[in-house]
Design a binder for this molecule. Structure first.
Ligand SMILES: Cc1ncc(COP(=O)(O)O)c(C=O)c1O
Length: 390
């Protein structure tokens, strides 16, 4: 019998991928499945981005690049970030990664070890807790509450900081709740963190362009007072419909960049060249594709929320960001996981149980409305019929 490390026994999962596989399996069997499970835009990557990658392949950009990414791409990230947040970041503080997820792994492995504590949002993206536990650190959940619109409450974070706390993970706009952290609470949090200079901050802002109803995305980069301990994670996956390209960016304090470079050299050597050229085209090219996608999501968001709220026993807070609805199903008499499973197996609707995102997600479902409106309408009708019959 082979013996593997205990760390691998502690790895969690992202159920979205299991649901995606099961939905494909049922569809292959001839079932009519509507997929509102996985979190990715349904639109094609814009044409000018595709062209840049094709050109890069034809021009022979098939070799290794700088482990932290092409300088031209990192400079494009800096220009983009300066335009959006006003922060001046030198290109040597940017690390290009094969998907934002890899920057999360790098940061969590850099700070996590037995005896350390890392704070993460609950409900939240399941990879945070999984990676924290993988690192050996203690995963400390920060509750996000529906009554606060699922935005973070500064006091909740600050009250959980102990001498063992190394890192605080923030995510806004948030997966799965679609909550957006308010400027007031972020101001309070940053002010409170000044009393804890040894605590680093990991801000996952992959949904930063997707905010609605006048909500404002507040980037942690706009706080110079914590910039020397801030790791900012973002990327192309959601914004430019590039989930399968595996391309993300991250910004690190100067004191940590050499560790980043070494991690990249050990783990992935470099991100594939054509994807990096596509990334340059995305950031430097026209941005109307993003605006149009977000406007389309906004339309679908309104439809989704209105239809969900009309279902028996279901209520739905107004999602302010990302492309998820997070309906509360407490009034249906169902628990989240069995309902999500029954909806897939019996009603042909793939979505996720809120409990896939931590105990705080019990009593909710996550529905991605990054899908054609017709599919959303059909799916909610099926959910309604299922709930009436069961
Ligand atoms: C909050 C959050 N962070 C990171 C990621 C991963 O992004 P990427 O595809 O760039 O690795 C996701 C994807 O679902 C996400 O929801």
């Amino acid at each position: 019998m082979v013996r593997t490390s205990e760390a691998f026994d502690r790895l969690g999962d992202e159920n979205a991928f299991a649901v995606l596989a099961r939905a494909a399996e049922l569809a292959d069997q001839g079932r009519d499945i509507i997929n509102l499970g996985i979190g990715q835009p349904d639109l094609r990557t814009p044409e000018h981005i595709l062209e840049a990658a094709v050109r890069a392949i034809r021009d022979g950009h098939h070799g290794y690049t700088d482990p932290i990414g092409l300088l031209k791409l990192r400079e494009a990230v800096c220009a983009h970030v300066a335009q959006r947040t006003g922060a001046t970041v030198p290109a040597d503080r940017v690390m290009i990664v094969p998907g934002a997820k890899m920057a999360l792994l790098a940061a969590i492995m850099m700070f996590g070890e037995p005896g350390a504590e890392i704070l993460y949002p609950d409900p939240g993206y399941p990879i945070y807790r999984s990676m924290i536990e993988f690192s050996g650190a203690r995963a400390v959940p920060v509750p996000l509450r529906e009554r606060n619109g699922f935005g973070v409450a500064a006091q909740d974070v600050l009250s959980l900081i102990t001498p063992a706390t190394r890192l605080v993970i923030l995510n806004s706009p948030a997966d799965p709740t679609a909550g957006v952290n308010s400027k007031t609470e972020v101001n309070r949090l940053v002010a409170g963190l000044l009393d804890h200079p040894g605590v680093a901050v990991l801000s996952d802002e992959v949904y930063d362009r997707m905010v609605y109803d006048g909500a404002e995305h507040v980037s942690l980069l706009s706080y110079p007072e914590i910039r020397n301990r801030l790791i900012l994670v973002n990327g192309w996956s959601k914004t430019y419909s590039m989930t399968g390209w595996r391309l993300g960016w991250s910004i690190w304090p100067t004191s940590l960049t050499e560790r980043c470079r070494r991690f990249a050299v050990n783990a992935w050597s470099c991100v594939n060249g054509p994807a990096q050229y596509a990334g340059i085209a995305a950031l430097e090219g026209p941005q109307d594709c993003v605006d149009e996608m977000v406007a389309e999501f906004d339309k679908r968001r309104r439809v989704t929320v209105r239809l969900l709220a009309s279902l028996p026993g279901v209520s739905c807070h107004n999602p302010q960001g990302a492309f998820y609805a997070f309906p509360n199903i407490a009034g249906t008499g169902w628990e989240s996981a069995p309902l999500a499973e029954a909806l897939l197996e019996q009603a042909g609707v793939a979505l996720l149980s809120g409990s896939d995102f931590g105990p705080g997600g019990d009593g909710y479902l996550r529905i991605s409305y990054a899908a054609p409106e017709e599919d959303i309408r059909k799916a909610v009708t099926r959910i309604g019929e299922f709930l009436s019959e069961h």
